[in-house]
Design a protein around this ligand. Structure first.
Ligand code: ADP
Ligand code: MG
Length: 287
């Protein structure tokens, strides 16, 4: 135990007062015990001095809620078509998850603060997809991030919590993809890391083999995998978010299983890691 602490201390020192944007996928919050696991690890990193900003989605929960409201969710090329009912379902679902996550963090000594109003989005015009021109409805692209508001919450020792939908600047709200939202926040805050907690062990070399997670790869290697089609679906969107974060100056992105008890802490505070680390430059990848 004391040896583990000694080994971790170099990582603790390195991460001290650094800003990490952590995006938590909806599946990682699907059950109270998953919420507890995520909150436990986040509260630990927070206690160890990391400045954490949380972004979360609510994909599966919003689908279920939309069906309860009598409408079947529609996706085109992996993107949700956001009807007014879909937006209502998303709002209800993300609010419930934010509350659950805040309570679980609070119980472990970390105070969270809702901060979704720090982002604004503009409605995305109809776009060409693989099938046809599609109007994705009440969906926006992030227009601005009020980094000062988030920094204030961080300076006060809080964990800012951001989730879609976000304000459209004229009284309404728009759905935005949570991975892209997290990337924009990481860029706006000059974050040291973007961490994507999801339901796989990282980026898989073979999407059909859950044990094939790649421990380190460069952004260009990741983009090649997307070209080849071995990175698809939700991970395709994540790749765009990773690309946006890195071109905005975020040097390290981690994709980690958020369903495990300790993968996030192992990835952040040990040498062996537990997920996929994506680095900007190919030459940085160890042989
Ligand atoms: P989240 O809710 O965390 O955003 P998503 O379901 O949107 O999760 O994205 C992750 C999913 O992407 C995985 O569950 C998997 O089905 C899919 N995927 C496709 N290719 C890969 C890959 N190469 N590695 C990991 N996941 C992949
Ligand atoms: Mg997703």
């Amino acid at each position: 135990m004391s040896l583990d602490l000694i080994r971790a201390s170099a990582h603790v020192r390195e991460h001290q007062a650094k800003t990490f944007v952590v995006k938590v996928g909806g599946a990682c919050l699907a059950k109270p015990r998953y919420v507890r696991r995520v909150a436990e690890q986040l509260a630990c990193a927070h206690a160890l001095g990391a400045r954490l900003v949380l972004v979360h989605g609510a994909g599966p929960q919003a689908n279920e809620c939309q069906r309860d409201l009598g409408e079947e969710p529609v996706f085109v090329d992996g993107r949700r078509v956001t009807t007014p009912t879909a937006l209502e379902a998303l709002t209800k679902s993300t609010r419930a998850l934010s509350r659950a996550l805040s309570e679980a963090l609070e119980a472990r000594g970390s105070a969270a603060q809702p901060n979704s109003d720090c982002v604004s989005a503009t409605r995305r015009p109809p776009m060409q997809t693989s099938e046809a021109e599609v109007d994705f409805g009440l969906v926006g692209d992030i227009q601005s991030v009020d980094a000062d508001a988030v920094e204030q919450a961080l300076d006060a020792g809080m964990i800012p919590l951001v989730a879609p939908p976000v304000p459209d600047g004229s009284g309404g709200h728009l759905n935005v993809n949570a991975d892209l939202l997290a990337a924009e926040l990481a860029v706006g805050l000059g974050a040291a890391k973007l961490v994507l907690l999801t339901s796989t062990a990282g980026i898989l070399a073979d999407p059909n083999d859950p044990h094939s997670a790649i421990s380190v790869l460069s952004l260009s290697e990741l983009l090649e995998k997307r070209e080849e089609g071995t990175v698809a679906g939700g991970m395709h969107v994540k790749t765009s978010a990773i690309e946006a974060a890195m071109s905005g100056g975020v040097e390290r992105v981690h994709v980690v299983n958020g369903m495990d008890e300790d993968s996030l802490l192992v990835e952040l505070y040990t040498n062996q890691g537990a997920g996929t680390l994506i680095l900007a430059e190919p030459e940085e990848v160890p042989a």
